[in-house]
Design a protein around this ligand. Structure first.
Ligand code: ADP
Length: 265
C-alpha cells in the first residue's frame, strides 16, 4: 500500500506540474494575443491616417489609383475591426471584463438597435420587423454589450437572409426575457451549427473576402451572453433560415429564475 501511495503521489505531482505548465502556456498565449494586438494599434493608426488622406483625394486620381485608395480604406477598416475583436476576446480570456450593468428598458434598446441597422437592411433589400410588447421590459444589463450582440445577430441575419424579412422579437416570462432574431435565408446544417460559436469559424470560407466580418462576432456574443449569466441559443435548417435567441435573467439575483424559453420550430 505504501508503494502504491507513493506512486499515486508521484502521479498527482506530475499531473499537477503538467496542469501548471498548461496554465502557464495558456496565460502566455493570452498575453501574446493581447500584446500583439496592442503593438499593432500604433502603426495601424498611422496607416489609417495616411490612407484617409489618399481616400479623401481619390476623385483626383486616375481610376486604378482611385480603386487602390478605396481598397486600402476598406482593408484598414477590416483590420481595425479584427484588432478590436481580438482585444475583446483577450480581455474575456484574461477574466478582466467588468460588466457595466444598469436597469435597461430592453424594448427601447431593441427598437433603437433596429433603427440603427435599417439602412444596412435596406441596402440588401431586407425588411427589419419588430414584434415586442408595448411599454417597459426592464432588466439589469450592460446596454453596450447587449446592443453589440443584437447588432451582430441582426447583421448576420441580413447578411445570410437572402433579402427576406428579418423578425426581431422580445418575449418574457417571470424570470427571463428573450430576444430573438429570426431570418428566412440560407440557414445552416446541423454540422455547421455545431461550430457556429467557434472563434474564426465560417460556414463557407470562400465567402471570406466578399463578406466583411472577422469570424469572431458570435464567439464574442456568446462571451457577452455568458457574462450576463444568460444563454445564446441557435436553431437553423438549410433553406429555412436561422433563429438566434438570447435569454437574459430578469431577477435581481442575476439567476435565470425559470428554464429557458423554447426555441421556435
Ligand atoms: P462573421 O459574421 O464575421 O463571419 P460570426 O461569428 O458572426 O462571424 O459568424 C460565423 C459564421 O456563422 C458566419 O460566417 C456564417 O457562416 C454563420 N452564420 C452566422 N449567422 C448566420 C445566419 N443568420 N445564417 C446563416 N449562417 C450564419
Amino acid at each position: 500500500i505504501a508503494t502504491l501511495a507513493r506512486s499515486f503521489n508521484g502521479m498527482a505531482d506530475s499531473l499537477q506540474s503538467q496542469i501548471k505548465e498548461l496554465a502557464d502556456l495558456s496565460e502566455m498565449q493570452q498575453r501574446f494575443v493581447s500584446d500583439v494586438s496592442h503593438e499593432l494599434r500604433t502603426p495601424l493608426t498611422t496607416i489609417r491616417l495616411a490612407g484617409d488622406v489618399l481616400y479623401d483625394q481619390r476623385a483626383s486620381f486616375p481610376p486604378a489609383t482611385e480603386r487602390t485608395a478605396e481598397l486600402l480604406h476598406t482593408q484598414v477598416e477590416r483590420f481595425e475591426l479584427l484588432l478590436s475583436d481580438l482585444l475583446e476576446i483577450s480581455r474575456y480570456d484574461a477574466g478582466s471584463v467588468q460588466l457595466e450593468s444598469e436597469p435597461t428598458n430592453l424594448v427601447h434598446l431593441v427598437q433603437d438597435t433596429i433603427e440603427g441597422m435599417r439602412s444596412l437592411g435596406e441596402s440588401k433589400g431586407t425588411d427589419l420587423r419588430l414584434v415586442a410588447p408595448g411599454g417597459h421590459l426592464d432588466a439589469d444589463v450592460d446596454p453596450r454589450r447587449i446592443r453589440r450582440i443584437l447588432n451582430n445577430l441582426i447583421g448576420n441575419a441580413i447578411e445570410h437572409g437572402e433579402g427576406k424579412p428579418v423578425v426581431v422579437s422580445v418575449d418574457s416570462n417571470a424570470g427571463a426575457v428573450a430576444l430573438s432574431v429570426r431570418d428566412y435565408g440560407l440557414g445552416m446544417t446541423e454540422a455547421e451549427v455545431a461550430h457556429v460559436f467557434d472563434r474564426f469559424w465560417r460556414a463557407d470560407p470562400s465567402r471570406r473576402r466578399t463578406i466583411g466580418g472577422t469570424g469572431l462576432g458570435l464567439a464574442i456574443s456568446l462571451e457577452d451572453a455568458t457574462a450576463h449569466r444568460g444563454l445564446l441559443q441557435v436553431w437553423s435548417a438549410p433553406g429555412q433560415g436561422s433563429c438566434f435567441r438570447l435569454t437574459l435573467p430578469r431577477g435581481t439575483n442575476g439567476e435565470l429564475v425559470s428554464s429557458p424559453l423554447p426555441l421556435p420550430p
